[in-house]
Design a protein around this ligand. Structure first.
Ligand code: FAD
Length: 323
């Protein structure tokens, strides 16, 4: 089923929803651990789960395998990310055909980052240069089979984040105009880059609405779990971190437990503000971990860990086992 249809149903019923994002682990053991965790996490009834496409297509086979198992064994509505980096059109076509064959009906269509060692994104020969090309291609070649989601950037895409405020403003609005093109070409849902300043997200949604983008916009929430991981991520994405948040993180940099607890507290506070501002649901970047994401949702009253059923023992079927 298309995620957008599930979301529209929730919107009609006035129900808040959430989703979980995972990335493909590097080892087979990691994949099996992920599935054990997924089996537990889906008992909380996320509206969908998604699996990322490794940078530059580095994990294509694992992503495809995980997407297949998520949809058919874990039985959760699944969205697979797909990027254009290092992918000729034939490779994109074959990945899309493969997931279509196994019943995955949702794609997050992305450009991807430039390959390692390359600063600017450049289309490879026979490949696409941006997410818009991919959205158009999916609609042209696969009609309305796939539900298409696209990425949005409340602080502008990192390539457009510059010191000059006038230029920054221009880049921000150019990004929004381009996002509108992605939506007009077939994007039915937007998931945003992580952020830690809720006001920026609220402004971004209002700005998107002002140019006629009407599709749901889900905030990407990345709970702070470790000092190093947080610093790496906000550095890479050029995320603005409000001073009080940065101060607390820095003050607790050597206390893992305190960082994790602060991450949960902050996640709860941000999600509450977002829901109060009218956001219909939240998208949790789980980083393949369970505790922080579930603790945030539990404190928001969106899950009740005391009441969920235990995962069924037969549901976990290792890779390669016939269904
Ligand atoms: P695009 O939408 O193509 O845009 C990138 C930038 O280029 C924007 O600034 C845009 O305005 C500009 N641009 C591009 N084309 C045009 C045009 N024709 N006219 C005007 N401006 C243009 N990366 C992965 O490798 N794997 C993943 O699974 C993954 N998942 C992600 C999920 C989310 C929710 C987000 C927000 C990001 C994810 N990324 C992932 C990172 C993403 O690949 C990078 O941010 C990448 O640099 C841009 O991808 P995009 O799809 O946003 O690109």
């Amino acid at each position: 089923m298309k995620i957008i249809d599930k979301i529209n149903q929730k919107l009609k019923e006035g129900q808040t929803f959430f989703s979980f994002e995972f990335f493909p682990p590097r080892t087979e053991e990691g994949v099996e651990n992920l599935f054990e965790r997924l089996d537990r996490m889906v008992t909380h009834a996320p509206i969908f789960c998604d699996i990322t496409w490794g940078a530059g297509g580095s994990t294509a086979d694992v992503t495809l395998d995980i997407a297949t198992r998520m949809q058919n064994q874990v039985c959760v509505e699944t969205m697979m990310h797909l990027t254009c980096t290092n992918m000729q059109v034939e490779k994109l076509e074959s990945a899309l055909k493969e997931v279509k064959k196994v019943g995955v009906q949702n794609i997050l269509a992305l450009r991807g980052d430039p390959p390692k060692g390359q600063e600017k994104f450049e289309a490879i020969e026979g490949g696409f240069s941006c997410a818009l090309d991919l959205v158009k291609y999916i609609r042209k070649e696969f009609g309305v089979y796939f539900g298409i989601c696209v990425a949005g950037y409340p602080e502008a895409h990192p390539d457009g984040i510059v010191d000059d405020p006038d230029q920054m403003n221009k880049n921000y609005w150019a990004d929004i105009a381009y996002l509108k093109q992605k939506v007009d070409a077939g994007g039915e849902l937007i998931i945003t880059q992580l952020f830690y300043d809720v006001d920026l997200f609220v402004k971004f949604v209002a700005d998107c609405r002002s140019v006629g983008i009407t599709v749901p916009i889900l905030p990407g929430i990345m709970p702070i779990m470790t000092y190093g991981g947080f610093k790496r991520m906000v550095g890479f994405c050029k995320t603005k971190v409000p001073a009080d948040i940065m101060e607390t993180v820095e003050a607790n940099k050597d206390n893992d437990e305190a960082i994790k607890n602060f991450g949960i507290e902050l996640g709860v506070k941000m999600c509450r503000q977002l829901l109060e501002a009218g956001t219909p649901g939240v998208h949790m970047y789980t980083l393949n971990l369970e505790k922080s994401a579930v603790a945030i949702l539990e404190r928001l009253g969106l899950v009740d860990t005391a009441r969920v059923p235990k995962p069924l023992p037969w549901r976990h079927v290792p890779s390669g086992t016939a269904r």
